[in-house]
Structure formats: C-alpha cells, structure tokens
Design a protein around this ligand. Structure first.
Ligand code: GDP
Length: 416
C-alpha cells in the first residue's frame, strides 16, 4: 500500500492540531475510548465542542505549556493508502524541526487563519517547502466560520499566496481549500456552509496525490555504515558492507565504484533482511558483498560505476541558522553528512534572505537565529555529496558546534 508523508505547518493557534485531529476523527482512525476521553476532557474544560486538537497531543505537559515542541509522527489510513503526518511546530524558533519534518515529506499542508491572512510564518513555510522541493502544497484557509464563510476573504488570501509563490519561485503544485477544522468542513467531508467552493475536500485532494518513488529512480547511493567481518570458521573470508540504501537500486552482478578510493568491483551478493536478493531498493537496509577484496570502511559510499558523484572539498549551500549566537564568516564546525563527520569552515557568507520581501541582501555579515542565507563551506576531507536538486537525500547536511555539540544549522547543497 502507498504511503504519503505530509508535513504540516502553521503558526501557533492557526488550528493545526485541530485539523490533524479532524482528519483522524473523520477517517475513523481513533478508538472509541480515546474519543470518549477527549470528549470528557473538553467538557471539563468548559468547551461546548469536542476539542480534537487533544488527540494529537501525545505530550500532555507540552500542551499545558500551550506549545508543540517536537516533530511528532502521526499515522492514519484510508482504504486507499497510509498517511504519515510530521506535525511540525509553528513557533518561529523551531525552524529546524520544520525543516526536518518537511525534508521527509512529499507534500505539505500550510495552515492560514482566515482572519489573519498571510503572515511572516506563512512565507517562511512556503520558502522551506520550495527550498526542499516539496511537490505539492495544500493551503488550508482555516476558521472560515470566523469570517462568515466569506468567499472574498478566501479568494483574496489565495491571490496573495499565488503572488508570493511566484516571487519565491515555488515550482510545485498548489491547492487551496477553505476549511473549518473545528467542525470538519472540507477536511474529510464536503462543507454545506460554503457552497461557493466547488473543489474537493482536503482528504480527497490528498488521496489523489501520486506517490512518486523519486528516491528509487535516482542513482544508487549506498553509504556504508558497518563493515561485517565475522572471522569464524564458516565465514573467514566474508566481508559485508551494511547500511541503508539511500537512493536508487543495486543488483547482483552490477559493476559499482567505491568512494573515495574510486576502486571498482562487482556486487557478488546482496542481502535484505538476511535473505539473498537480486535487487535492493532505496530505503532498504542491506548487506553488500563485493567480488574483489577492495578496501571499504565506514563512511565510504558505494555508487553505480557510471555515477558522477562529486567528491569536492568546497561547495555553496543554502543554510538555515538555528543558534542564538549569530553566524559569521570564518567559523568552524563539524559537518555531518550521512555517517561522515568532518571539520568544516564557513569561508563566505554571500547573502541573507529577507523573508518579508523575499529579497536577497548582500554584505550583511552575519546570519541571525532563523535566518536563511547562502554560504560557501570548505571541508577538511572530501565527502561524496550531490546537489540537493539532483539527489535530496545525498545533498543535505547539518552543522554541529564542536564545543557544545548542538546542531546549529541545516544546509542544502546548491552548487560546487
Ligand atoms: P495549533 O496551535 O495550530 O495546533 O492550534 P489548535 O488546533 O490548538 O487550535 C487553536 C484554537 O483554535 C483552539 O481553540 C481551536 O479550538 C480553535 N480552532 C481550530 N480550528 C478552528 C476553526 O475552524 N474554527 C474556530 N472557530 N476555531 C478553531
């Protein structure tokens, strides 16, 4: 069965938890006792409706503080497919979680409170969806009940959003849905209160998304996580390379290349779940045995022999900065890419994006918390990266502070 991964984004109180709760409720994905429990809690809180946002609040303490603080995966399914929602928090300080959630998703849902229209956070969400090449964005204009179900409000937000998408250069598909998450209008079921909207409900639109297996159609990228050498009587010659096949596929008998040594060999055996197979696909955890005794260590990458995988020591990247302390040129970090951790230095800060105007400001000198900018990074030892637009899984990285061990930035590789 297909799986569609969705990232949700919205500012605090736009109704994200309620929308997700509504999707779960109306697709009958919640148990009777859970529903009873939130009905009781809603009554106790003096509400005259069942607060479905309570459903998604795995962490009670977090809800008591009134904020959602982590990326939580929420699962539901229809007869058609399974859905995984990465519930990413709306607070501006959590750009990092938003990026993490979005980078693993095929589509995103951006919520807008109909009363407030497009705000800075909306721009940031669309920019991140665009940066991470999310195929489809669903814009849910929520709380339509609070603007008298007025079509003009919806159309004006839609128009403004389309201008913004053009400015940002978002190349994917956009869908706009007027919803009342609290009551369920146009979430799973069609609304009877907005007959001017003739489009499908959010769920119907989600059901129609084609799940493309982009990762499987890309070139093979297999970062080696462990070298297996049993050293016992039966297997004294065996040397297997274990890890998760990031993208593409590998086949027994296929000619491959090991990076960085550029040594070539042929796949002798391939194992998935301890069984020999002819073909392994992206996403599978595999063990590869090669015909020749080439030197392969943890952190090396096995690729198709025809692969143009880059092994440079410098590249330009778009970076989202996530530390209170601003980032300036010349700073050193540890750069984590797959299993590799290498020393890295920021050699240039080319520009910073102004989220409100979508303009790139040059000669700014620093990236502040939540800023997004273009930088040049030099690494101490070559690693084997792709451009993000060619291979997202192998074209992104995080920067770690050497002293505090904090993850301070996420980046995507734009050019070599
Ligand atoms: P989140 O912070 O984005 O997860 O927002 P919540 O789902 O917690 O919702 C914030 C508040 O808005 C709650 O009081 C909800 O009951 C309310 N709310 C959510 N959706 C709607 C809606 O469609 N109409 C109205 N009137 N209130 C809503």
């Amino acid at each position: 069965m297909d799986v569609l991964r969705i990232a949700t984004a919205g500012s605090v109180d736009d109704g994200k938890s309620t929308l997700i709760g509504r999707l779960l409720h109306d697709t009958k994905s919640i148990t009777r006792d859970k529903l009873d429990a939130i009905t009781v809690t809603s009554k106790r809180k003096g509400l005259d409706f069942t607060d479905l946002s309570l459903l998604t609040d795995g962490l009670i303490a977090e809800r008591e503080q009134g904020i959602t603080i982590d990326v939580a995966n929420i699962y539901f399914s229809t007869p058609h497919r399974k859905y995984i929602i990465a519930d990413t928090p709306g607070h501006i300080e959590y750009t990092r979680n938003m990026i993490t959630g979005t980078s693993h998703s095929q589509v995103s849902i951006i919520l807008i409170d109909a009363r407030n229209g497009i705000i800075e956070q909306t721009k940031r969400h669309l920019f991140i969806s665009s940066l991470l090449k999310v195929d489809t964005v669903f814009v849910c204009v929520n709380k339509m009940d609070l603007v008298n179900f007025d079509e003009a409000v919806f159309l004006s937000i839609q128009k403004e959003f389309m201008v913004l998408a053009k400015k940002i250069g978002y190349e994917g598909t956009l869908h706009f849905v007027p919803v009342v998450a609290r009551d369920g209008d146009n979430v799973v079921n069609d609304s009877e209160r907005m007959d001017w909207y003739r489009g499908p409900s959010l769920l119907k639109l989600l059901e129609a998304v084609q799940v493309n297996s982009k990762e499987k159609s890309l070139s093979a990228r297999f970062p080696v996580q462990y070298v297996i050498r049993p050293r016992n009587e039966d297997h004294h010659d065996f040397r297997g390379y274990a890890g998760r096949l990031k993208t593409g596929s590998l086949h027994t008998g296929e000619k491959v290349m090991v990076l960085p040594s550029l040594k070539e060999s042929v796949i002798k055996t391939l194992m998935v779940s301890e069984k020999n197979v002819d073909t392994a696909l992206a996403g599978e955890s595999i063990v590869v045995e090669l015909e020749d005794d080439v030197d392969v260590s943890r952190g090396d990458m096995i690729v198709e022999v025809s692969s143009g995988c880059n092994c440079g020591s410098s590249f330009t990247a778009t970076l989202a900065w996530m530390e209170d302390q601003p980032l300036t040129s010349g700073k050193s970090f540890l750069l984590q890419h797959n299993v590799n951790l290498v020393k890295a230095r920021l050699t240039a800060l080319e520009n910073v994006l102004d989220i409100n105007t979508m303009e790139e400001k040059k000669e700014v000198g620093e990236l502040k918390l939540n800023d997004i900018g273009k930088v040049v990074i030099k690494i101490a030892k070559p690693i084997f990266v792709d451009l993000y637009r060619d291979n997202p899984a192998n074209g992104s990285f995080v920067l770690i502070d050497e002293y505090t061990n904090n993850t301070v930035a996420v980046g995507i590789i734009e050019s070599f």
